[in-house]
Design a protein around this ligand. Structure first.
Ligand SMILES: Cc1cc2nc3c(=O)[nH]c(=O)nc-3n(C[C@H](O)[C@H](O)[C@H](O)COP(=O)(O)O)c2cc1C
Length: 429
């Protein structure tokens, strides 16, 4: 019997109606004041209508000066609360859990958005000159960031979101603090792993104090960064132990960063790449399940695994063997908003195939596993742009366009991002 349609009760007492979660996807739909818009509400109404138990929002920023991309929602005050309420109302219909993902990008913010990024230390993200040199945060600024996460969590609760998730994965600020490659601080936030995890743990504690014990608090964490000398699988296991002690309600496992985009099953610079677990047969489909099995041994709290799930058989089997409690999917939701309902009723046994649309050309050498770094990068950024453009279509009430080309998506995306960044900057002056 499938566990997919069974409810899950979290430690805080809240129940999720089934085992399918739409993982976070940055929407890029905010207005130039970085407030949510009608498009958020329309998009999440569709996803909620589609039968998924848990919807995680795209990352919402805690600081207007530091964005992951120009269309991010950022919350610093109570302006924009009405729009958040509309978004929450739409996303919680159909007894759906809607959790706000909260983030600070740190150094992982494009140059055209932030010319003066901050990070744990002044270690630059070297990727085709797209990112500016960061400066190390001072201790009072770190305390301010802890407050900001708490404030955004409180606003999320007040405006009707039913939970929050702290983003500590994918190379953003909290990941930067966790990794010894990007955190070379010598104060209380740097040095050994416990010190590198202090910012994350302080944030979890502050968020909990702002939302109370009956409200779901989740963390998204990398199983590893897959960078030689970086945040390792062993580090992850130890951090999970501390998160369990903090009493979080759900741990989401992913992996990678812009440098090693393993969350998309892509690898970056092979000289810096590190992947200690050899690929198993399930690996092609569920990228982090092998890691989740290890984490599970020491993690009594509910576990969500995201990355690569595409068939109902693999989802059923992951739940059946108790490797995780929830299945996270992201990209398939950009082309099928009713994916959960279809999977749960057995109408769909496999998510729609997108591979053809998602490569530069017919030959293998032009695909995402190309031996040429430049082609790999165009495929990577092109795919990301393709999904972002599909999200905009859904938010506008249209259907996904499976015939959209990778390069045309990339061109449209880049032009829109630059225009949006300019609009924000004009308003900020
Ligand atoms: C367009 C797009 C935007 C994303 N934005 C976020 C985000 O805001 N926060 C996050 O934690 N992950 C983000 N992700 C990563 C997904 O949550 C997920 O980890 C990844 O896509 C792997 O899952 P999948 O194979 O089911 O797509 C994004 C992915 C895509 C495709």
């Amino acid at each position: 019997m499938s566990k997919l349609d069974q409810p899950l009760t979290l430690p805080c007492g809240v129940a999720i109606k089934n085992r399918l979660a739409k993982a976070s996807m940055t929407e890029g739909l905010a207005d130039p004041y970085l407030r949510a818009t009608d498009r958020h509400a329309r998009l999440y109404a569709r996803w909620a209508d589609g039968g998924t138990g848990l919807l995680l929002t795209g990352n919402v920023m805690v600081d207007r000066r530091h964005l992951e991309r120009p269309g991010n929602v950022a919350i610093e005050d109570r302006l924009g609360v009405r729009q958040l309420e509309a978004w929450a109302k739409a996303g919680t219909t159909n007894n759906t859990q809607l959790w706000m993902q909260i983030n600070h990008p740190g150094r992982q913010t494009p140059k055209f958005v932030t010319r003066a990024p901050v990070s744990a230390s002044d270690v630059e993200l070297k990727l085709s000159g797209m990112f500016a040199q960061p400066r190390a945060l001072k201790e009072p600024e770190i305390e301010d960031i802890i407050d900001r996460f708490g404030f955004v969590a409180r606003i999320a609760r007040e405006t009707g979101f039913t939970g929050v998730q702290i983003h500590a994965a994918h190379g953003y600020l909290l990941s930067q603090f966790l990794s010894p490659l990007t955190n070379i601080r010598q104060d209380q936030y740097g040095g050994n792993l416990k010190a590198r995890a202090k910012l994350l743990l302080d944030i979890v504690r502050n968020v909990r104090s702002k939302v109370g014990s009956a409200f779901p608090v989740s963390v998204k964490l990398n199983s590893a960064d897959f960078q030689k000398g970086g945040f390792s699988a062993e580090d992850c296991t130890r951090v999970v132990g501390w998160l369990v002690e903090e009493g979080i309600d759900l741990l989401e496992i992913s992996g990678g960063s812009y440098e090693q985009p393993k969350m998309f099953d892509m690898a970056g610079d092979s000289r810096k790449h590190d992947d200690p677990l050899t690929a198993s047969t399930t690996r092609r489909e569920a990228y982090f399940l092998d890691y989740a099995r290890q984490i599970r041994k020491i993690c009594p709290i509910p576990l969500l695994v995201t990355g690569g799930f595409r068939t109902r058989a693999a989802m059923d089997s992951a739940l059946q063997e108790n490797a995780c409690d929830l299945i996270g999917l992201a990209r398939p939701y950009c082309v099928a908003t009713d994916l959960a309902e279809q999977m749960l009723t057995g109408v769909m046994t496999e998510t729609p195939r997108m591979e053809k649309a998602l490569r530069l050309g017919r030959w293998r050498v032009l695909g995402p596993q190309s031996p040429f770094q430049m082609i790999k990068m165009i495929n990577g950024f092109g795919q990301q742009a393709w999904f972002c453009e599909q999200i905009k279509r859904l938010a506008d009430g249209q259907e996904a366009d499976m015939k959209m080309g990778l390069l045309s998506a990339l061109r449209t995306f880049q032009a829109n991002e630059k225009a949006a960044a300019k609009a924000i900057q004009i308003l900020a002056r």
